[in-house]
Design a protein around this ligand. Structure first.
Ligand code: PLP
Length: 391
């Protein structure tokens, strides 16, 4: 019998660099392999498993929903969708929610909304930024400057200008009355955990006043409490006009969302946008549990444990100035900028029973479940320290 690895490569597109383990089960912040080895999860399914794995309340909610109905289409009223949207808009402080299946689909829809809102006002250009990551569709790739993700797959969308991130002068130079919208991550995740500078955000909102365009915040990675606030833009004391969410809001099941104010939502008329699976009732009941946990104190854990982990990482940076260039990020979206390829450290941590992630070549991206404890962070920090000591 071939190994799972061989069977996988015989049958699936070769697109993912996978960790060399076969998963047996996962609970809390621990992933157990088929051979019994346990791994501490500092990846959380790429910012999805906010409540860790196999959360009892999520399992219970899904189980109860499965016994009622799983899919009926968006032609019927479904209470789970409404309950989820009501809770989300209350926490997020927006009027309307569009439910879809993924981050890229949320951004794709939000781009259409931006385009139409702009077109109705004679504005055509969308501004995005270098280092941003918004998805894998033709539309979202058009917002990105990542050559490997776009190589020979164009042509991409017109009327999009990608400016250097955190460059205030470039904003001044290129934003004008033709700008329909500005799309950004307030903390770039895939880009290497890079926060926008306060001056950069201030300039965007200053120019928004002058040119009346919409700001679209991609909170797919940073939203739902990951940075210690519900949205990462709240760290800057501003409010985006449109917000996209996904990842954590489905409690481990596929769910994406576009949020905005009534007036902007009304830009779309009946039937102008839609989806078959979006707002699937299973995803909504699971997501509702996540929102309730965030409402009931989970964000305090992110703030408290995030601070603890940040200070541990700063100690490591002080101890190894030759290897650690900076510590970045907020809450439980942290990055250790290294002077070498982060994948080397990821591999070494894996050997020590920790699953972590490298991004933008030299950044160790630290994204544990939001329920992580100080003890588990200690274990992680000790492993990083031990590995750097060996270099
Ligand atoms: N936007 C951001 C900021 C992301 O981090 C991601 C995924 O990593 C996406 C969009 C795309 O989301 P999805 O993979 O659910 O399509």
């Amino acid at each position: 019998m071939n190994t799972l690895k061989q069977r996988e490569s015989d049958s699936l597109f070769r697109l993912y660099r996978r960790y060399p383990i076969e998963i047996e089960s996962a609970t809390g912040c621990t992933i157990t392999a088929k051979d019994g080895t346990q791994y501490l999860d500092f990846l959380s399914g790429l910012c999805v498993n906010a409540l860790g794995h196999s959360n009892d309340k999520v399992i219970d909610a899904i189980t109860r929903q499965v016994q009622k109905y799983m899919h009926v289409s968006n032609y019927l009223y479904q209470e789970p969708q409404v309950l989820f949207a009501e809770k989300l808009k209350t926490l997020a402080k927006y009027h309307k929610v569009f439910l879809c299946n993924s981050g890229t689909e949320a951004n794709e829809g939000a781009m259409k909304l931006l385009r139409r809102h702009g077109a109705l006002r004679g504005k055509t250009e969308i501004i995005a930024f270098t280092g941003g990551f918004h998805g894998r569709t033709m539309g979202t790739l058009s917002l990105m400057d990542k050559p490997h993700y776009k190589d020979k797959m164009g042509p991409f969308l017109d009327n999009i200008r990608i400016l250097p991130y955190n460059d205030v002068d470039a904003l001044e130079e290129h934003i004008n009355e033709n700008t329909a919208g500005v799309v950004l991550e307030f903390i770039q995740g895939e880009g290497g955990v890079v926060p926008a500078s306060p001056a950069f955000i201030q300039k965007i909102f200053e120019l928004k006043e002058k040119n009346s365009f919409l700001v679209l915040a991609d909170e797919i990675q940073t939203g739902a409490g990951r940075t210690g606030k519900f949205f990462s833009f709240e760290h800057y004391d501003v409010r985006a006009d449109i917000v996209t969410m996904a990842k954590a809001i489905g409690g481990g099941l596929p769910l994406g969302a576009i949020l905005t104010r009534n007036k902007i939502a009304d830009t779309w008329e009946l039937g102008m946008h839609g989806t078959t699976f979006g707002g699937n009732p299973l995803s909504c009941v699971a997501g509702l549990v996540v929102l309730e946990e965030l409402e009931n104190g989970l964000m305090h854990n992110v703030q408290k444990v995030g601070k603890f982990l940040h200070s541990k990482l700063c100690d490591i940076a002080k101890a190894f100035p030759d290897f650690v260039k900076s510590v970045r990020g907020k809450g439980l979206l942290l990055g250790l900028e290294l002077s070498f390829e982060a994948s080397e450290l990821v591999y070494a941590l894996f050997k020590r029973g920790i699953i972590s992630n490298a991004t933008n070549t030299n950044v160790l991206r630290i994204i544990p479940p939001l329920i992580i404890t100080e003890e588990e962070c200690d274990r992680f920090a000790e492993a990083v320290y031990a590995e750097l000591s060996k270099r």
